[in-house]
Every structure is written in structure tokens, then in C-alpha cells.
Design a protein around this ligand. Structure first.
Ligand code: BG6
Length: 502
């Protein structure tokens, strides 16, 4: 995303503490992202990476484990190219800067060791990345504060990165914000939503506000409705425990799907700086209509997958899932944004596990052209135009238009005007975390959630959580299908249909 400064300079020297160093996030995403940043010359030689976790392991063994995991992961994806996943010289340079602190997150001794590690480095700058289970977020933040580690100096910043899930409803998110803000200020807090690390998500804003044509029709005069879909083919994999107490709504909607909604629906910010962008996002998500319980039930669908073709197990048969679970693995919602630009335009959101394809897209459906001119022709009906913003895979943007098929008869056909990223840009392999880590190290909060962004997201989904707690049904879909039939009915009731996936 275009921001105030250019992104070519190495980030300042910093000690980066990775809490939860043996967890998946560090191995799968954070270390590969740090490697990529180092490959691109964006890390200073004074960047020290310190894993923090309770296991006993030496500095060298910790670095070796990370190395082996990255190679192993590359091998499982591209067996023939796995050895090229890491350049040995580059990795050796990075590995020299990796060390480890073995300690319990709740033990004061751990924080003393952290303080000593910072003192031993030539910089007082430190980032504490909480890649831990969410139950430690408050505890670790409080202990960092009590140990004086969040005290900034004019030449030394102290920042804390918090992963999702940030709370499990509005009250818990508010409590977590209050806890964080009691030991540090907002400028030190970097709440991550990894969707904001995706180029295609950042590009929504840039495309909207750098191309003059869009603004003219980007409103309720021309747009009929908007569909936001995040369809996944994977099931809950090894995360049954977490997922069964979370569900699709909490896992995806107040965070990822609302990021997409905000990017599409926000007003132009006065500048691409953190305050302006996050202010506009807070406003638009804050303008989502709070449904009554009855309306929340009417405007939502919950689904859970059952066994599907090809031996795909049903959700209740997945490891660590309650065999009588009523947790939703699919959700479809209708939300309304009560502001001047969007009043009367429904936003339909859906996300689910074990659907037919992996497809994250925004489909903006325009109002249909009037039919009168076609009344005396063979054309029975016109199709609405869609602008489709494809977040992943096949990243790009497509405009569906009606055109006349060549020939004597008047036969209309849907054609596509499109732009695919791969046709224009050569992209280096990336995890999506590179920009986020770099931005945190350089103090740019634009792509991180402010307290009010998070709370507004939870405020907008709270009516659904409340309504479901007190009742409502859960529908089923076979693994490999695009959600239950009731999800189609949600739109059919309004005379609309989901844009087909894939
Ligand atoms: C995570 C959710 O935040 O996002 C997962 O916890 C989900 O359940 C994932 O699979 C989706 O991310 P992506 O980048 O694959 O769309």
C-alpha cells in the first residue's frame, strides 16, 4: 500500500521477541517472512530474533529446527525445488541473529531474561510478538508492563503485536483492549489481521482511489448489492479444539470479512496514513445496522458440514470436535450499512470450510439496465453486471459485461474484462506477513487494527451471537458443497442469487 515513506530502507535495528516460538505461526509464517525480508535487504544487521517459549532448547538447536521445518514444508509443496527454499549463505547470516529464551510466560524470571537480552544488544528498540494462545495475551502484556519493558525512550521504541482472535465477543474484546491500554498506549499496539497483509486486499483501496472512474458509480444509485465470500476447501484440520469453541462467524467475520467490507465500503481517507485510514474503516463498520435478535435470526444462516464424497469426514467426526457439536462451519449473513453512500444496499457475506472450491472474492453487483428496449427482441432477460475482485487464488479483477454474439440473431452473452496479477507483475514468494512485520518494525500502523476497529467489528456481529445463543437452527451441507440450501434462500428471498464460485 502507498504510504508516506518509501519502502526501500532496511527496518531499524530491533530485538524481536517471538512468544510462542515453537508454535505453528512462527515456523510456518513468521520465520519464512523474516527470511524473505532479509532476502530483499529490508532487515538491518542489528535485527535480533529471540524465540521465547517454555521448552528447553539451545540457540543453535532452535535455529536448526526452524531451518529444517522450512525445508520440510517446501519439500511437501515442491519436492524437486525444496533445497532452493533457503539460500544457505543468506540463511547462515540470518541464523547468527536467532537466539532463544526458555521460560514460562507467567514467570517473572522470563521477563528479567528478556530485559537482559535487550540490554546486551546495541539497540533499545524491541518488538514483542505474541504468537501465543490467546489466553496469554493479557498475562504477557501485563508482565511486560510490570517489568518496565514497555517503557519507551526517545531513541528506543517498544511495540507489541497481538495475533487474532482478539476476544471472543464484544465484552471480551473491550476487556482485552482495556488491559493492553493500561500498560501501553495505542501507538505501541499492533493488532494483526493477516488479510491486510494480502496485496489484493491492499489493492482494493488503491484501485478505488487512484482510478477516477470508480467513484462515480460507487454508491447506492448504481450498486444493487455486494457479496463477500471466503470459501475454503479445507476442514478444521488439527484445530478441532480451537474451532469447536469458535465457529465460522467468530473465526472469519468480525476480522477478515469485515476488512474486505471496510475496504470496499469506506469513504476516501484524507491521506493514506494510519489515523485517516483506520478512522474511515471504524466509521463504516460502525455504521452497520445492529439487528434486533429476531432480525439477526432472519438475516443469518448457520451451516455445518456432514460427510462428503471421497471419504471426507463430517465436522462432528473430526479430531477434537464434540460429536454432538452445534458449532457452525459455514455462515451467511445479510448486513446493511446505514450511511448516505450505502443505505438500501445489502452486503451479503458468506464463509465456510469444506466448500467446493477455495475462493475469496468480492462481487459487486450493479443495478440492472432497464429491459424496455429489448421487449421486442429474442433477448428474454438481461444479466446484471458484476465487478469481481478476486482476493485469492487467481488474484485479479474482472468486470462482467453483456455483449452481442456476432451473427444475424440478437443473442446476448456474458463476457469478461479482466486483469490478472500474474499477467502484469512478477511476484516474489511471500507469506503475506512480510509487509506486516516490516510495517511494525518501521512504526507504520496503517495495516493494523485500532481498538475501535476491533470493537466495532464485534459490535456488528454481537446481535448474531446473542440471537444464536438463545435459539435458531443449524443447517447441514455435505462436505464439498457450497453451504446449506438456506444460504441460497437468504438471497432468493430478496430476488437475488450468489455469484457462482470458482
Ligand atoms: C484464519 C482462520 O484466521 O484465516 C482460519 O483462523 C482460516 O480458519 C484462515 O482458514 C484463512 O486465511 P487465508 O489467508 O487462507 O484466507
Amino acid at each position: 500500500m502507498t504510504r508516506a515513506k518509501s519502502k526501500v530502507d532496511a527496518a531499524p535495528p530491533t530485538t524481536l521477541f517471538l512468544f510462542g516460538a515453537h508454535g505453528d505461526l512462527v515456523k510456518r509464517l513468521l520465520m519464512p517472512a523474516l527470511y524473505n525480508l532479509s532476502r530483499d535487504g529490508l532487515l538491518d544487521n542489528g535485527l535480533h530474533i529471540v524465540g521465547v517459549d517454555h521448552n528447553e532448547v539451545s540457540d543453535a538447536d532452535f535455529a536448526a529446527k526452524l531451518h529444517d521445518f522450512i525445508i520440510e514444508q517446501a519439500r511437501s509443496k515442491h519436492p524437486e525445488g525444496a533445497d532452493q527454499a533457503l539460500d544457505p549463505a543468506l540463511w547462515a547470516k540470518l541464523a547468527k541473529r536467532i537466539s532463544y529464551i526458555s521460560g514460562d510466560f507467567l514467570d517473572d524470571g522470563t521477563y528479567q531474561a528478556i530485559g537482559e537480552r535487550i540490554a546486551a544488544n546495541r539497540t533499545g528498540n524491541a518488538v514483542f510478538y505474541l504468537a501465543t494462545s490467546p489466553r496469554f495475551f493479557s498475562e504477557v502484556a501485563q508482565r511486560l508492563g510490570q517489568a518496565g519493558l514497555l517503557q519507551e525512550q526517545p531513541d528506543a521504541f517498544r511495540r507489541v503485536v497481538i495475533e487474532k482472535p482478539f476476544g471472543s465477543d464484544l465484552p471480551t474484546a473491550e476487556a482485552l483492549n482495556a488491559c493492553l491500554l493500561s500498560v501501553m498506549n495505542e501507538k505501541q499496539i499492533y493488532r494483526i489481521d493477516h488479510y491486510l497483509g494480502k496485496e489484493t486486499v491492499q489493492n482494493i483501496l488503491i484501485s478505488r482511489f487512484s482510478n477516477g472512474i470508480f467513484e462515480a458509480f460507487w454508491n447506492n444509485h448504481y450498486i444493487d448489492h455486494v457479496q463477500i465470500t471466503a470459501a475454503e476447501t479445507v476442514g478444521v484440520e488439527t484445530r478441532g479444539n480451537f474451532y469447536d469453541s469458535t465457529g465460522a462467524l467468530r473465526d472469519m467475520v468480525p476480522n477478515h470479512l469485515f476488512q474486505l467490507l471496510a475496504m470496499v465500503a469506506m469513504e476516501p481517507p484524507a491521506a493514506f496514513g494510519a489515523d485517516a485510514v483506520r478512522g474511515e474503516k471504524a466509521k463504516v463498520v460502525g455504521a452497520i445496522r445492529p439487528w434486533s435478535k429476531a432480525d439477526a435470526l432472519k438475516n443469518s444462516v448457520r451451516g455445518q458440514y456432514t460427510a462428503g464424497e471421497g471419504d471426507k469426514p463430517g465436522y462432528r467426526q473430526e479430531p477434537k470436535v464434540d460429536p454432538d457439536s452445534r458449532t457452525e462451519t459455514f455462515v451467511a449473513l445479510k448486513v446493511m450499512i446505514d450511511n448516505w453512500r450505502w443505505v438500501g444496499v445489502p452486503f451479503y457475506l458468506r464463509t465456510g470450510k469444506r466448500m467446493s472450491v477455495r475462493d475469496t472474492e468480492i462481487a459487486i453487483c450493479f443495478k440492472q439496465a432497464p429491459y424496455a428496449q429489448f421487449r421486442d427482441t429474442e433477448v428474454e432477460r438481461l444479466q446484471p453486471n458484476y465487478l469481481r475482485i478476486q482476493i485469492q487464488p487467481n488474484e485479479g479483477m474482472w468486470f462482467d459485461l453483456m455483449a452481442k454474439r456476432p451473427g444475424p440473431a440478437l443473442v446476448m452473452e456474458n463476457v469478461e474484462l479482466g486483469f490478472a496479477y500474474k499477467d502484469f507483475f512478477q511476484m516474489q514468494p511471500s507469506t503475506g506477513y512480510e509487509t506486516l512485520i516490516y510495517d511494525c518494525l518501521t512504526g507504520d500502523q496503517t495495516l493494523f487494527q485500532r481498538a475501535d476497529n476491533i470493537e466495532n467489528g464485534w459490535r456488528a456481529v454481537q446481535p448474531f451471537l446473542d440471537a444464536w445463543r438463545d435459539g435458531g437452527k443449524i443447517d447441514h451441507y455435505a462436505a464439498g458443497e457450497d453451504g446449506p440450501e438456506s444460504a441460497d434462500e437468504l438471497l432468493a428471498r430478496d430476488g437475488r442469487a450468489w455469484h457462482s464460485l470458482g
